[in-house]
Design a protein around this ligand. Structure first.
Ligand code: HEC
Ligand code: HEC
Length: 287
């Protein structure tokens, strides 16, 4: 260990460390660095006094600010509750049509509705409402019971042939049960098939048309346009709740199937029902 000395090239003192004639300079820290360092120490001391910090033998220093994580979280949650209460207030006090006109509420409905749909509806209606035989596609603008916001909300809230007192309900008669002859059923099935492809040539199937007008038109409409009061699907398009084959139509006329959609009033709150109704409405492009 040599004595520290002034280095003749830089004018800086050496530390006295020396290896094979190479000496270590004792370059001082830059001023700004040193002052920043001291400032940090002062700041840290202040911080430790202000906030909870050091452990004591039995507890810990609570800080002069009175801050605790738990209190901070409670405050945050309280703010969120207030915010949410505002949304809830708007959703519950307004009609679904008014809600959909408000862009902010609409966005809130869409994001919430998507999640609610995924959790509660997609099991039957397919993801994004793609549908399955017996479970109507919700992502088109072909509606059995109506595609307005209000109609969709009603379908969801009260269900279809559900256990709710206000459920939508209607039954297609069992024509195979002595109401129509087998031949008549076959004729009318042919007529419906022709209707669905837009090729109904009334003269070609006079009998089928007659049966249709007598037995079916009251629910499904003169031209097969469907009847929403009776939940009778449109037959004049190629969109089928069940199946569009001749056999399927004969089966439906002979011994009809009836879809059941649960009521959601007891399972989802008012806000969620409106959210998911708005989401469903958007899937079909919004009738
Ligand atoms: C258990 C299966 C099932 C679940 C779950 C279900 N649905 Fe349905 N839904 C049906 C069936 C079946 C129909 C068709 C009823 C009929 O034949 O008229 C239907 C019909 C509908 C309709 C009417 C469609 C139209 O064309 O008028 C809407 C809207 C609808 N569902 C929305 C929903 C929403 C939103 C949810 C989730 C909150 C949901 N459904 C959950 C079975 C289900
Ligand atoms: C009282 C009203 C009513 C009458 C009358 C009626 N239907 Fe229906 N029909 C319905 C309803 C309601 C459904 C839908 C069942 C469901 O949602 O599960 C339906 C469904 C159908 C379907 C299935 C449609 C699809 O998209 O899969 C066919 C086909 C059909 N009816 C044909 C007929 C024919 C043909 C007649 C006359 C012989 C007839 N219906 C008479 C109410 C009626």
């Amino acid at each position: 260990m040599a004595e520290p000395e002034k280095d003749e090239f830089t004018g800086t003192m050496t530390t006295g460390h020396e290896w094979d004639g190479i000496k270590e300079l004792d370059t001082p820290m830059p001023r700004w660095w040193v002052w920043t360092f001291y400032a940090c120490i002062v700041w840290a001391i202040g911080y430790m006094i202000y906030y909870p910090s050091w452990p004591t033998l039995t507890d810990h220093w609570k800080g002069t600010s009175g801050y605790t994580d738990r209190k901070a979280l409670e405050e945050e949650l309280a703010v969120r509750d207030v915010e949410r209460a505002v949304w809830y207030e708007k959703f519950t006090s307004q009609d679904i049509n008014q809600i959909a006109k408000d862009n902010e509420l609409l966005n809130f409905a869409m994001s919430g509705g998507k999640v609610i749909f995924g959790e509660n509806c997609s099991a039957c209606h397919g993801s994004q409402g793609s549908g399955a035989p017996g479970y109507p596609v919700l992502a088109d603008d072909d509606w059995i019971w109506g595609g307005s916001l209000t109609a969709i909300e009603t379908s969801i809230r009260f269900g279809i042939r559900s256990s709710h007192d206000d459920t939508r309900i209607s039954d297609m008669p069992e024509f195979g049960d002595d109401m129509l002859e087998k031949d008549d059923i076959a004729e009318v099935a042919d007529y419906v098939l022709a209707l669905s492809t837009g090729k109904s040539d009334d003269d070609a199937n006079e009998e089928g048309k007659e049966v249709y007008e007598e037995e079916c038109a009251s629910c499904h409409g003169e031209d097969g346009e469907g009847g929403r009061e009776s939940g009778a699907p449109r037959l004049s398009d190629g969109i089928w709740l069940y199946d569009g084959t001749r056999e399927a139509i004969i089966k439906q006329v002979t011994k009809p199937s009836h879809g059941v959609m649960p009521t959601w009033e007891d399972r989802l709150d008012d806000v969620s029902i409106k959210q998911v109704a708005i989401y469903v409405h958007s899937l079909g492009g919004g009738e």
